[in-house]
Design a protein around this ligand. Structure first.
Ligand code: ADP
Length: 264
């Protein structure tokens, strides 16, 4: 179980790095062991919106690989394309062109039904707003995705309790959201995101509503999840938060411009 007190860098075995390809000038060299398959692969992904006379290119040829067990953050100024990237990464939207391969399956052209199925099975989301249901206790909130997944009642409770244990909230399972601190509420949201055992934890500004102490607490939890082998992509506009990840990917004008290894 986590106590949330650790803020040390992950010490696990060397992990393969995210890869930038020719569309970005500062690409990192892939160090994945031969045969290691990426969990996520974007190949020259464009996303364009037609709102006025001129198309807006929110993503301009994004290529990236994320390997299982990596913890990366995406940082960039407002309007640089982070949300658009996250929507496609989270199977909430599809590219205008290019390919997105998730766990070996091309999801770029999936229809909404299959996309939703993939999203529910493979992605756990954490948002700036915790989106907890106020009238449900912590464990009842955490079991919700399992209800949608058709898991029986007994197993739901067991899995919800385990997930809350993993985020250090064993003694808060029967609390309502308004009886929990911001940091604890975000922990519940993380437990809810992980209870279905998704391949990828996708966190969009997860500390945006938290004071600095709670932010540090949540980031310490992410560190521990990373050490336990989770694959995490964290999107933020705050450089301090981004630096908590193993590697920082910087967005500007719809593409990655830089890769930084923070695991010094
Ligand atoms: P960020 O999350 O980094 O602030 P976004 O991905 O939201 O960036 O936006 C990238 C660009 O795409 C911006 O110029 C934004 O105005 C534009 N954009 C995003 N979504 C839409 C949309 N639905 N329709 C038109 N333009 C959009």
């Amino acid at each position: 179980m986590m106590d949330g007190s650790s803020n040390s860098k992950p010490q696990g075995p060397a992990r393969p790095v995210p890869v930038l390809t020719s569309t970005a000038p500062y690409g990192a060299t892939p160090s994945a062991a031969p045969g290691t398959a990426p969990l996520v692969e974007f190949r020259n992904v464009w996303k364009s919106y037609l709102t006025g006379a001129e198309p807006v290119h929110a993503l301009r040829g994004v290529s990236i690989k994320v390997y299982p067990g990596e913890y990366i953050s995406i940082v960039g100024p407002s309007g640089s394309g982070k949300s658009t990237f996250m929507h496609i990464l989270g199977c909430l939207d599809t590219p205008t062109s290019g390919q997105y391969i998730l766990a070996g399956t091309d999801v770029s052209q999936m229809d909404e039904e299959h996309l939703a199925e993939t999203r529910n099975r493979r992605i756990g989301f954490v948002f700036q707003q915790f989106f907890l249901l106020p009238r449900l206790t912590a464990w009842r909130n955490v079991e919700l995705p399992l209800i949608y997944a058709g898991v029986d009642r007994h197993k739901r409770k067991l899995l919800a309790m385990q997930a809350l244990d993993h985020v250090g909230l064993t003694n808060r399972v029967n609390h309502f959201p308004n009886q929990l601190s911001g940091g604890q509420q975000q922990r519940v949201a993380v437990a809810r995101a992980l209870v279905t055992e998704p391949d990828l934890l996708l966190a969009d500004e997860p500390t945006g509503n938290l004071d600095s102490r709670s932010s540090a607490d949540v980031l310490a939890m992410f560190d521990e999840l990373h050490q336990s082998g989770r694959t995490i992509v964290l999107i933020t506009h705050e450089p301090d938060v981004a630096a908590a990840a193993e590697r920082v990917m910087r967005f500007r004008d719809g593409r990655f411009v830089q890769a930084e290894d923070t695991a010094a």
